[in-house]
Design a protein around this ligand. Structure first.
Ligand SMILES: Cc1ncc(COP(=O)(O)O)c(C=O)c1O
Length: 345
């Protein structure tokens, strides 16, 4: 009854969304602060009678707004989807389905290998070097590349030049750069999509724009790449973004001041947290994101003890990273509670 492929499929396991109060949630890299008030206003002012209709399946108004905000020149260079997970999934299906030698780090966002199973993609996993950096020189002549920049869960970023080097050295296929966390500490490669027609940059509204609950992400690239992704999307779901999501995230783009202040608060808390952990003698990787990758001799035990104190973080029982916990930067008091708990342990 069930297909052989699905029988073998091992899905991505997302961090827990706990039910009930009292949890300090540092496990899914959400933003600790609400979205800009412009988002709530846009949704409140929406004419709810319109909800009887289907939304614009191509999200044209939102794509136009993204195009303006990022100087893309045309909305045809932008694709939007139901969270960047959907955008990435469609991109992998569109460009890599049935192909081999798609280059990716051995430690990166866990969903990439799940989509590889779904779409019969042969990933070539390139080990991160000893200190968990991507060794750019090893990314050559792939039939495509998928990387996160900054990488997750390691939190370490490549420079714009390093990303460009990967693009230059892999002319045969599409290079997908997942920039879910880029706003927290490194330069975007969006402008390089004008120079390289095989580069696709994927972004999300879930992290720096505080809109994880609305589910929206986008991709930027050459209009031919985008058009192919739209064909795949229209073969799967005509209306991936509902009306409220389209209106809400569009207004999040328009409050630049709030966006900057939100980022600054998180970066300040991150820097303070790193300092406090280092003062305790701990190894914390160099973060360009809204989370930290922190080494513990007994990471699993610390994870469990934090859980007992109702502090949720992320732990993977996997080679190379089983001595680390990934900890989202929360609001000041939340992150302080984490540090106090670590001190006690
Ligand atoms: C590296 C990376 N890419 C993509 C995503 C997906 O984000 P969303 O689907 O909320 O846009 C995440 C979520 O945590 C992530 O860590």
């Amino acid at each position: 009854m069930i297909s052989e492929k699905v029988k073998k499929l091992r899905p991505y396991v997302a961090g827990i969304q706990p039910i009930g109060d009292g949890w300090i949630k540092l496990n899914t890299n959400e933003n600790p602060y609400p979205p800009s008030p412009t988002v709530a206003n846009a949704i409140k002012n929406f004419d709810f009678a319109r909800l009887r209709l289907y939304p614009d399946g191509d999200s044209n108004v939102l794509r136009e707004a993204i195009s303006q905000e990022f100087g893309l020149g045309a909305a045809a260079c932008c694709f939007v989807g139901n969270g960047s997970d959907e955008v990435l999934s469609i991109a992998l299906q569109t460009f890599f389905s049935g192909k081999t030698n798609i280059l990716t780090p051995d430690i990166s966002y866990g969903f990439y290998s799940v989509w590889a199973q779904m779409y019969d993609i042969g990933l070539t996993q390139i080990p991160l070097n000893q200190d968990f950096n991507i060794d750019v020189s090893q990314y050559r002549n792939g039939n495509g590349v998928i990387i996160a920049n900054p990488n997750a869960p390691t939190s370490i970023a490549l420079s714009k030049l390093e990303v460009e080097e990967i693009v230059k050295n892999n002319p045969k296929g599409v290079i997908i750069v997942d920039e879910a966390y880029v706003d927290f500490g490194t330069e975007t490669a969006i402008h390089l999509t004008r120079k390289y027609d095989n580069l696709l940059v994927v972004r999300t509204f879930s992290k720096s724009y505080s809109c994880a609950g609305l589910r929206a992400g986008f991709a930027v690239g050459n209009s031919q790449l985008i058009s192919a992704m739209i064909t795949v999307k229209n073969s799967f779901n005509s209306y991936p973004l509902d009306m409220l999501a389209q209106v809400g995230v569009k207004s999040a783009l328009q409050d630049e001041k709030y966006f900057r202040e939100n980022l600054e608060r998180i970066i300040a808390t991150r820097d303070k947290t790193v300092k406090a952990l280092k003062e305790l003698g701990m190894n914390v990787l160099n973060s360009s994101t809204n989370f930290l990758f922190v080494e513990f001799e007994n990471a699993k035990e610390v994870y469990e003890k934090l859980f007992e104190s109702k502090i949720l973080v992320r732990y993977w029982d996997k080679p190379r990273i089983n001595k680390f916990l990934r900890v989202t930067i929360g609001a000041k008091e939340e992150t302080e509670a984490f540090i106090q708990c670590v001190k006690r342990l």
